[in-house]
Design a protein around this ligand. Structure first.
Ligand code: C2E
Ligand code: MG
Ligand code: MG
Ligand code: MG
Length: 280
């Protein structure tokens, strides 16, 4: 860092930050364009029953096929979309695409499984979010129980009262609600009790250390226990090894998602997997 004095204002000059700003601006303008040019797409990662490995759900994960930069990770562009408000349009696109996809599978004689979408804090600022989701499901002729929304503690805790209201509406419609990245946020157990949830997703950081670190094992075990005591399902994300899977089976985790079974798959591959899983 180099401190630069101009008048009585002490400005610090951080070239790394400058670089990040430039990148953010570039991503922002490219992202606006991406929305209108069909550069966004969804991959679908299977969720399987912990005990049997049977396909029982999937999570839609956003991808951006940039004409020059290739496939860009959502971890990189979702924060920019949040900052700029573009996430509103992107979120609607994700919802629309998933609902149409489910309808498409149904039209082709496939029995769909529940598909989860990730929602961001900015989307939750819309008081009519639940209505928007409900309308979209109806327009596509998709049963609400086939849609799950994944929320993070951070998102809910920004405005807990408003968030719980939206969650309750969603629940009324029949949409399932999962708490994503559980264990990394800062919601109290008292709040947890009041959220109308269906699923707790054990964060990957704990799953990573299963079989290696007793404290991660203790946390994972507790999360499954809390989930079950509250009548919720426990889902582990980021399962990569046999050891992790075995541990999760032992503690009665309900579902797992991770590279050990499947990476997020393009729509053709997930459709094939769905068809195969139904051939008995
Ligand atoms: P997330 O919702 O917690 O999604 C799980 C992330 O873990 C995904 O990363 C997934 O590809 C990755 N993952 C799954 N299994 C494994 C594994 O076994 N090993 C490892 N190393 N990683 C695994 P991805 O697709 O890069 O997404 C990152 C985050 O971006 C998501 O975290 C979610 O917060 C956000 N995101 C993705 N799609 C959307 C979207 O449509 N809307 C919003 N608002 N956020 C999204
Ligand atoms: Mg998620
Ligand atoms: Mg997660
Ligand atoms: Mg995450």
């Amino acid at each position: 860092y180099r401190a630069k004095e101009s008048g009585n204002c002490l400005c610090s000059f951080d070239p790394a930050m400058d670089q990040r700003m430039a990148e953010t601006l570039e991503i922002e303008s490219d992202l606006r364009y991406a929305l209108t040019r069909d550069q966004l797409l969804l991959h679908y990662q299977p969720k399987v029953a912990c005990a049997t490995g049977q396909l029982i759900g999937m999570e839609a994960l956003l991808r951006w096929r940039h004409p020059e930069k290739g496939l860009i990770s959502p971890a990189l562009f979702i924060p920019v979309a949040e900052q700029t408000g573009l996430i509103g349009e992107i979120g609607s696109w994700v919802l629309d695409t998933v609902c149409r996809q489910i309808a498409d599978w149904q039209r082709n004689g496939l029995q769909p499984v529940t598909v989860a979408i990730n929602l961001s804090a900015r989307q939750f600022e819309r008081a009519d979010l639940a209505c928007q989701i409900h309308d979209q499901l109806q327009d596509c002729g998709v049963a609400a129980g086939l849609l799950e929304v994944e929320l993070t503690e951070g998102l809910i805790m920004k405005k807990p009262l408003a968030a719980v209201q939206i969650m309750e509406q969603l629940k009324q419609y029949g949409v399932r609600i999962a708490l994503d990245d559980f264990g990394t946020g800062y919601s109290s157990l008292n709040y947890l009790r009041r959220f109308p949830l269906d699923v707790l997703k054990i964060d990957r950081s704990f799953v990573d250390d299963l079989g290696e670190d007793r404290s991660a094992e203790a946390v994972a075990t507790s999360i499954v226990s809390i989930a079950h005591s509250l009548g919720l399902q426990a889902v582990a994300e980021g399962v990569e090894t046999e050891i992790q899977l075995r541990f999760l089976r032992q503690i009665g985790c309900d579902q797992v998602q991770g590279y050990y079974f499947h990476k997020p798959l393009p729509v053709e591959a997930i459709t094939e997997l769905l068809a195969r899983s139904q051939q008995g």
